[in-house]
Design a protein. Structure first.
Ligand SMILES: [Zn+2]
Length: 415
C-alpha cells in the first residue's frame, strides 16, 4: 500500500520487522532493570534537529480537569517553536468564537482562567480563550509525545500520512451541546461539547485533559492503523488506546507522576488515584462516580463478561495493560536505588513505546481477535526494546502473557 511504501519498509508482518529496529545494540547484557533509565535517551540515533534551549512555547492547561482540585492549572512547556496566533501550527488549528489568540513577546500563551461561574452556551470570552489554548496545547503535547515515540523507534522524524487529508486537524473546544467529544476523520476534526449537570451548570468536555488526550489518541491511532474499524475489538481497542493515551500523557509529566507517587504512596491500585480514572468531572456529573472517572483502568473486567459496546469492551484491554503497568512497576521498583517517580516515568515510557510497536506490527485488517494479536505483538515489542535498551525484558513478557490469559483477551466481546 501507499502507506507502507511511504515508510520505506513493511511494518505489518511480524516476521519482517524493519531492519533498523534490530540494527542497534544487538547484545543483551545481564544488567539489572534499574539500568534502564540511562539507556532511554539515545540522541545518537535520532537525526532530527533538537530545539535549542530557551526556545519553545509555554502554555497553561488544566492538568486533569476542574474537578480534581489538587491539580488545578499548571504551566506546560511545549518544545514546539512554530505555534502562531490562533493558536495554529503545521498540524492543528483551533476553531472557536474567540478571536485568534496571539502569543506574548516570549512566544507563550499564558492565559488566566477567571474565577467566575461558567455558563453555556454563552461562556465568557476569558473562559473561552483559556479553553482554546488548553485544548490545542493538550492535543499538541499528546502528539509531541507519540510522534517522539515514532522518531525514537525509527531513528528518523516520522513521515505521516494524515487520514483526514493533507490539511490541519481542526480542534473545536466548543462544538455545541452534547454529552460527548469525538474525533472524525471525515470532518478532519476533534470536537468537544458541553453538557449540563442536574443543577443546570455546564460542564465542558474540553476542560478535561483526559478527554482531550483520549480524542487525540483516536486520531493518532487512525494514522497508525487507518483500516481498524470503530466497532468490535478494533473499536474497543480504539477506546482503550484513547484512555491509555490519557494515562501515558499524565505519567509523562514529571510533576504529575511525582504528585501521583506522593498522593498514593506509589500505589497504582489506590482506589482514589487520578491516573487510572479517566474523565473524573464527567463521571461525577453524569454518574456521581465521586472522582473514580467515567471509566477506570484499574478494573477486573474479563473477556467473557464484557459487553460488546466499544467503551465497555475497551475496559478489558485497558485494564489488561494497566495490570501490566502495575506488575512491571512492582518488578522494577527499588527506591533505594532509584526514586519511585523516576521508575514510574521510565516504565511508562517503555510500555507506551511497546504498545506503539505492537500496533504497527499488527495486521491492517479489522479482525475480531485484535486484543490477543496486540498482546502477542507486545512480546515482539519487548524483544525489540530489549535489544535497543540492552536489557532483558523477558520477565515483562511473562507479565503480559499472564494478564492476557487472565483477562480472556481472546474472547472479549465475542460471546
Ligand atoms: Zn473514544
Amino acid at each position: 500500500s501507499n502507506k507502507s511504501s511511504s515508510f520505506g519498509f513493511e511494518l505489518k508482518t511480524p516476521e519482517r520487522l524493519p531492519f533498523i529496529l534490530f540494527d542497534y545494540d544487538q547484545n543483551i547484557y545481564p544488567r539489572g532493570a534499574n539500568f534502564l533509565a540511562s539507556r532511554l535517551q539515545q540522541p545518537s540515533i535520532v537525526k532530527a534537529a533538537v530545539p535549542p534551549p530557551g526556545k519553545g512555547t509555554r502554555v497553561r492547561v488544566w492538568k486533569s480537569d476542574p474537578s480534581v482540585k489538587t491539580i488545578g492549572i499548571r504551566e506546560l512547556f511545549l518544545i514546539n517553536t512554530d505555534i502562531k496566533s490562533g493558536p495554529v501550527d503545521t498540524w492543528f488549528e483551533t476553531k472557536s468564537t474567540a478571536k485568534p489568540i496571539a502569543p506574548d513577546a516570549n512566544g507563550d500563551f499564558l492565559l488566566d482562567f477567571d474565577n467566575t461561574p461558567s455558563q453555556a452556551p454563552n461562556e465568557s470570552d476569558n473562559h473561552t480563550r483559556f479553553d482554546v489554548v488548553h485544548t490545542f496545547s493538550t492535543v499538541r503535547y499528546t502528539y509531541d509525545l507519540l510522534l517522539g515515540d515514532l522518531e525514537y523507534l525509527d531513528g528518523n522524524p516520522p513521515q505521516i500520512t494524515r487520514p483526514w487529508g493533507n490539511k490541519r486537524l481542526q480542534i473545536f473546544p466548543h462544538a455545541g451541546e452534547d454529552a460527548n467529544a469525538y474525533y472524525s476523520r471525515e470532518e478532519g476534526a476533534l470536537k468537544f461539547f458541553f453538557t449540563k449537570r442536574k443543577d443546570g451548570t455546564p460542564i465542558f468536555l474540553c476542560r478535561s485533559l483526559d478527554v482531550v488526550a483520549h480524542e487525540a489518541g483516536h486520531s493518532f491511532l487512525d494514522i497508525l492503523q487507518p483500516q481498524w474499524r470503530s466497532d468490535g475489538q478494533t473499536g474497543g481497542f480504539h477506546e482503550a488506546f484513547g484512555d491509555l493515551c490519557s494515562l501515558f500523557v499524565l505519567i509523562s509529566m514529571a510533576d504529575i507522576a511525582d504528585l501521583f507517587v506522593t498522593l498514593t504512596k506509589a500505589n497504582l491500585r489506590d482506589p482514589n488515584n487520578f491516573l487510572s480514572a479517566v474523565g473524573e468531572e464527567f463521571g461525577d456529573a453524569l454518574f456521581n462516580n465521586k472522582g473514580k472517572g467515567l471509566r477506570n483502568l484499574s478494573n477486573d473486567l474479563i473477556g467473557s463478561k464484557a459487553q460488546p459496546e466499544v467503551h465497555a469492551l475497551s475496559l478489558v484491554f485497558s485494564g489488561f495493560y494497566y495490570d501490566v503497568l502495575v506488575d512491571v512497576f512492582a518488578l522494577e521498583r527499588n527506591p533505594a536505588i532509584k526514586g519511585d517517580t523516576d521508575t514510574l516515568l521510565d516504565v511508562a515510557t517503555i510500555l507506551r513505546r511497546a504498545l506503539i510497536i505492537a500496533i504497527r506490527v499488527s495486521s491492517e485488517s479489522s479482525t475480531q481477535t485484535k486484543f490477543q494479536e496486540l498482546a502477542t505483538n507486545l512480546e515482539t515489542a519487548f524483544e525489540t526494546l530489549s535489544r535497543r535498551l540492552g536489557v532483558n525484558l523477558s520477565s515483562w513478557t511473562e507479565i503480559v502473557r499472564k494478564h492476557a490469559k487472565a483477562r480472556e483477551l481472546s474472547i472479549a466481546g465475542l460471546s
